[in-house]
Write a new protein. Structure first.
Length: 195
């Protein structure tokens, strides 16, 4: 187990490796750099301060700058700095599709507050009305979400036939649950726009 190999064993293992074909997807195309050269290049590429406090401060500033860019992109819709979940033409189309029409789910929070207030009133008729409103709101949200998902999937198949549209429907449904004013990235199209 921990013994040295003879030269015959070493040569047999190298011939086995050489006989295997190289993966055409990953051609090397250049010689392997020496370890000392790679270490020198790695050390010169990153300029870090000598003390730990300075390094932490530098990392915090870099993170803060990146988050500021993302906030501006979310407010303005700049594709370059958007988070990964919001990037791409498919996600942009989904956002525009959701923002172009009224959705029942976006009014869920205000309706929930109204229903909650109605359920706290000591009148039995108003409590029954609040229960009925809960049922109606939930059924409307489910129906609207199902119709939105069905129509969106059809649009995605027509417009982005070769592109990967996984997760786009869930992304759209999560966006419908947010009130239009609070959506990020901010809506880029007015309501009633034909896409």
């Amino acid at each position: 187990m921990f013994r040295r190999r003879s030269s015959d064993e070493r040569s047999s293992t190298t011939t086995v490796v050489e006989d295997q074909p190289r993966d055409p997807q990953a051609p090397k195309g250049r010689p392997t750099p020496k370890r000392s050269d790679a270490q020198i290049r790695r050390r010169t590429a990153v300029v870090a301060p000598g003390d730990r406090k300075g390094a932490t401060k530098q990392a915090r500033e870099a993170r803060r700058a990146e988050l500021a860019k993302q906030r501006e992109a979310l407010a303005g819709g700049d594709e370059r700095y958007l988070p990964a979940r919001d990037r791409g033409p498919v996600r942009k189309f989904v956002r525009n599709y959701v923002d172009s029409r009224f959705r029942v789910a976006e009014f869920f929070l205000p309706l929930a507050v109204v229903i909650l207030v109605l359920s706290m009133v000591p009148n039995a008729a108003l409590k029954n009305l609040s229960l009925l409103l809960w049922l109606v709101v939930i059924v409307l949200i489910v129906v609207d979400s199902a119709v939105t998902a069905f129509l969106l999937k059809r649009q995605l198949r027509e417009r982005f036939e070769g592109k990967d549209a996984r997760g786009a429907t869930a992304y759209a449904l999560m966006r419908t649950l947010q009130m239009r004013r609070l959506r990020l990235p901010k809506p880029q199209v007015p309501r009633g726009t034909k896409l």
